[in-house]
Design a protein around this ligand. Sequence first.
Ligand code: ADP
Ligand code: MG
Length: 340
Amino acid sequence: MTLDVGPEDELPDWAAAKEFYQKYDPKDVIGRGVSSVVRRCVHRATGHEFAVKIMEVTAERLSPEQLEEVREATRRETHILRQVAGHPHIITLIDSYESSSFMFLVFDLMRKGELFDYLTEKVALSEKETRSIMRSLLEAVSFLHANNIVHRDLKPENILLDDNMQIRLSDFGFSCHLEPGEKLRELCGTPGYLAPEILKCSMDETHPGYGKEVDLWACGVILFTLLAGSPPFWHRRQILMLRMIMEGQYQFSSPEWDDRSSTVKDLISRLLQVDPEARLTAEQALQHPFFERCEGSQPWNLTPRQRFRHRPPGPFPIMGPEEEGDSAAITEDEAVLVLG
Ligand code: ADP
Ligand code: MG
């Protein structure tokens, strides 16, 4: 995605960002966030292309308190990005610079842009493609949670695609560390993806707070949206949308859900659990029957009996076959018959 360059997108002045400019040559705008502009840039020494997220932290636009808040938030983002770098489904921070008026974060360039734009173009995805994307996303979330990091802004705009259409999770602007048992209270994220407990907590001082389960709710919203082409919770009056979220009120309506498997609907319903304690964890979600098939080539070389044994134990009922493109797969019902 290439965006038009407006007057507010003037490149940061040379003096303020000398170090960055000496090393990189910034090019066109490829993305835009609430407080940042993202540009393609070229590493002068090698000619390799990267993406740079430029955040303005000047007094002209912000009060001193806001200024310090942005700086602090960006330092936190940078710290977490360094900690998670190297995971195959998380964006890699290559370099970072902080001048008096700008902060620069240099990343791998994700040439195919946002999952959001890809979905808009395709309207809805197949279960097969959704499975591959969601497996990668849940692996990234599982890794973050194992490292006591909660993302808090999972959505298709923050999931980027590389040349091979592999996903990487990005935008750690709202992410933070969370020790086991520790709770958060801050209302942050994107309305349609907010978990019920975040909303309830913001309305009730006696609420115990929320934890990393909020990321799994957002995964449920993403999974639903990829398959339906529209989000599970939507009302043009935002207050009514928020009420739908708090009540966990969504539908698998016709015709878009008619041909979807009961397996994937079951996974969605286990992620969109209003009670965070009842919601699947990332690890549990990865064990769900929805992810059982197409696990590389390995399981397909096994006999039905071996394949059945291969399945890790999970807290899920046996599901029937309804998936498209997986006709070679033995279903668990069949496996039960095979095993008597
Ligand atoms: P914000 O925190 O302001 O939302 P993001 O980090 O989400 O900023 O970046 C804004 C947008 O810029 C993204 O949604 C995406 O379109 C684009 N973008 C960010 N990082 C990259 C990247 N590494 N490669 C390609 N595009 C990117
Ligand atoms: Mg973003």
